[in-house]
Ligand binder design. Structure first.
Ligand SMILES: Nc1ncnc2c1ncn2[C@@H]1O[C@H](COP(=O)(O)OP(=O)(O)OP(=O)(O)O)[C@@H](O)[C@H]1O
Ligand SMILES: [Mg+2]
Length: 190
């Protein structure tokens, strides 16, 4: 069993944005998390830019939780821009998925060229849609997957590596918990 001390003392300082860090392990399951605070959209962009530099991102699945207007799509837009995506980045609220290619040659450890699928299951009502729309193929293919409203397709989606939960505050800032759900998710927070 891994003890809390297995986390390097400076892990929060080297994570995509400064924040509190935690680790829990009940012997069956572990979670590794960071708590961030985004006072404004620039802070959201800074977290996205830091995450864009993580080598593990090219095959990661990231869930985005939070109410309408929390900033899920905004975070994805900043992440995609940091990965070299040019042109319009539409919210996939009506199309369920939008696809892109990362073209960010200065990423460490790879050529920065990989597929990105941005899903939004908000309007998703019928599980068969997942099959009809070929969405499973996109999930099975290599690449970065970003998923808004994953709860609307619960039980149908593969396990995510990272869960981001965005909580708007009364002062319009955002509290964000980032939870690593797999070893790859931990790499993203390292
Ligand atoms: N700190 C912040 N981080 C992110 N977005 C912020 C922040 N402060 C204000 N905003 C604003 O909040 C709005 C978030 O809208 P966005 O479409 O990203 O939400 P969403 O979570 O994707 O909602 P939906 O569930 O409808 O898809 C944007 O207008 C953005 O500019
Ligand atoms: Mg959205």
């Amino acid at each position: 069993m891994m003890a809390a001390s297995a986390l390097p003392a400076d892990s929060a300082a080297s994570s995509p944005a400064p924040g509190k860090a935690g680790f829990a392990n009940d012997g069956r399951d572990w979670r590794d998390w960071r708590d961030w605070h985004w006072p404004d959209e620039a802070a959201c962009a800074a977290t996205a830019a830091a995450l864009a530099g993580q080598p593990a991102l090219r095959d990661a699945t990231i869930e985005l939780h939070g109410p309408l207007g929390a900033g899920k799509t905004t975070f994805v837009r900043h992440l995609l821009r940091a990965l070299g995506v040019a042109g319009r980045i539409k919210s996939p609220t009506y199309t369920v998925v939008e696809t892109y290619r990362a073209t960010c040659a200065d990423r460490p450890g790879d050529d920065g060229d990989f597929a990105i699928s941005h899903f939004d299951f908000y309007r998703f009502t019928d599980a068969r849609e997942l099959l009809d729309a070929g969405l499973r193929d996109l999930f099975a293919a290599p690449g970065l997957k970003l998923v808004e409203w994953p709860s609307r397709a619960a039980g149908l989606l593969p396990a995510a590596d990272l869960r981001l939960s965005l909580e708007p505050q009364a002062d319009d800032s955002r509290r964000v918990r980032a939870e690593a759900l797999t070893p790859r998710g931990r790499e993203l927070l390292a």
